[in-house]
Design a protein around this ligand. Structure first.
Ligand code: TXA
Ligand code: MG
Length: 361
């Protein structure tokens, strides 16, 4: 289906630490008046709208093709502003804010009911965070309102880590884009349900379970975190988790398990697909990339995620690599599972949710 491209998207290049105040105030005004502006954060690029304006928020869903029952994260310029939108904040949630805001932690809190239902998809909770990016915070400050912002991608596509990714999906569908170079982490914030006695991770992300536990004393993982929500008929706690996400259009097979066995199984699968005449795309760490040098067939595409021990680099490269493989000739993507610890939990969560098939070895 051809998507209508009704608006001209203005792209402003800005410095990531000292953005031009005139550009920021112009973009803030567009947001305040109900327009859509994409902006960098320390995780991925977000697509912002005035969170107090239902019409503006509806435009986000239209531009992304996002299901309306999937609520948005409200972005604030400072931690103090949380009182204006949240009704009740547990002591441990306050400790987490002190420790990790600004930063890649989204807290789900009881709402005050001041936001239009489009933002929260009718839930009585709301998701809120203070991004750790100068451009994001200056923009929210300039807009003078809380800013609702999902990742700035077409729904179901990998989140954008560069301005080019945003334009590839949303050029002509949004009013503006602040380009401050690549986003920091490369994976999204951790979404943490902070409404109960013990905090519950709904989506792993930039702040790890270990970090949360060290401040809150305890933490639980929602059963959907390891990708087993798909066939679950019960209502997921985080509505976004029920959709197949971050998915390349090319089918992706994820191989996970013990390190040595994973690389052997990947190589075997690459052989089998190569022999069948497939153009094989492999998504792997630097350490195993050379294993694919002599698989049959000429057409193979190896995209490296970087050094397996540098999990930050792997996370940073993940979405760009998925987009590159998707745009390539590959008929099938074979992805190497990595260590599930720390930021690896977020990477594996995204890979599992992108996968059409998971092979455990
Ligand atoms: O790093 C990030 O979090 C990025 C940047 C732009 O801030 N944003 C982002 O937003 O990833 P989005 O919309 O792609 O993901 C938000 C997730 C969804 O899974 C959604 O279902 C969940 O947060 N969520 C939002 N409000 C919620 C609520 N009240 N209760 C439970 N989950 C909620
Ligand atoms: Mg998203």
């Amino acid at each position: 289906m051809k998507v209508k491209r009704p608006v001209t998207t203005t792209c402003w290049k800005v410095d990531s630490t000292r953005p031009d105040p005139e550009i920021i105030s112009g973009a803030g005004l567009i947001l305040c008046r109900g327009g859509l502006v994409a902006f960098p954060t320390e995780t991925v690029y977000g697509l912002g709208a005035n969170a107090m304006n239902a019409d503006a928020v509806r435009k986000i869903f239209a531009a992304k093709g996002r299901p309306v029952d999937n609520p948005l994260i409200v972005h604030l310029a400072t931690s103090q502003q949380v009182e204006t939108v949240a009704r009740l904040i547990m002591p441990y949630a306050r400790d987490l804010m002190k420790a990790f805001w600004p930063g890649p932690l989204t807290l789900v809190l009881p709402g005050k009911g001041v936001l239009p239902r489009e933002v929260t998809a009718g839930l009585d909770t709301l998701a809120v965070r203070v991004p750790d990016h100068q451009v994001a915070r200056d923009l929210i400050q300039a807009a003078g309102v809380p800013v609702a912002a999902p990742s700035a991608n077409t729904s179901g596509r990998p989140s954008p880590t560069t301005a080019e990714h945003v334009l590839a999906d949303l050029d002509g569908l949004i009013d503006g884009l602040l380009d401050a170079g690549p986003a920091g982490l490369g994976v999204e914030s951790t979404v943490l349900d902070a409404t109960g006695e013990i905090p519950l991770i709904l989506r792993p992300g930039g702040v790890t379970p270990e970090q949360i536990k060290s401040v809150a004393g305890a933490v639980k993982l929602d059963s959907g975190v390891n990708g087993d929500n798909e066939n679950n008929t019960s209502r997921p706690r985080s509505p976004g988790m029920k959709y197949r996400h971050y998915s390349p259009i090319t089918p992706l097979v994820l191989v996970e398990g013990e390190e040595q066995q994973v690389s052997a199984a990947l190589k075997k699968l690459a052989w089998e697909y190569g022999e069948k005449g497939y153009c094989v795309g492999v998504l792997c760490t630097k350490e195993v990339a050379s294993d694919f040098n002599n698989i049959p067939g000429n057409s193979k595409i190896i995209v490296e995620l970087g050094d397996a021990l540098d999990i930050h680099n792997v996370a940073f490269n993940l979405y760009g690599a998925l987009r590159d493989l998707d745009a390539s000739q590959a008929d099938i993507i074979l992805a190497q599972g990595i260590d599930n610890r720390e930021l690896g939990l977020a990477v594996m969560n995204r890979l599992r949710r992108a996968a059409e098939k998971i092979v455990v070895v």
